[in-house]
Design a protein around this ligand. Structure first.
Ligand SMILES: [Zn+2]
Length: 108
């Protein structure tokens, strides 16, 4: 193989390895986000007032080391329990994560 061919092959292999590593990193970050407390209704964080939600959101970290920011909020009801769901997006890795807060107690 010519030196140019070898260089191209090396560049191709490097690009494949880099994209494979990136994919593995993204998969790991998503898995870790899923394991965070509050990432699903089953592990929702119980709060007594809205200030606790803001505090929990401010303390939330992304597994990549970034600080996710609030991108949206919504409400959800599952089996008669009420949840406030915050959608956060990490500016570093661009992964989004949801934080479920159980607000059933807030309205009773
Ligand atoms: Zn991140």
């Amino acid at each position: 193989m010519s030196p140019l061919g070898l260089a191209l092959l090396a560049a191709l292999v490097a690009a494949l390895v880099a994209s494979g590593l990136r994919r593995a990193r993204t998969a790991r970050i998503r898995r870790e986000i899923r394991d965070l407390p509050g990432s699903a209704p089953e592990t929702a964080l119980a709060v007594d007032d809205f200030g606790e939600m803001d505090a929990a959101i401010a303390l939330r970290a992304c597994p990549c080391g970034g600080r996710p920011t609030l991108a949206g909020e919504g409400s959800r009801e599952v089996d008669g329990r009420r949840f406030r769901v915050a959608r956060l997006v990490c500016p570093s890795c661009e992964e989004e994560q949801f934080v479920f807060f159980e607000t059933t107690r807030l309205f009773h």
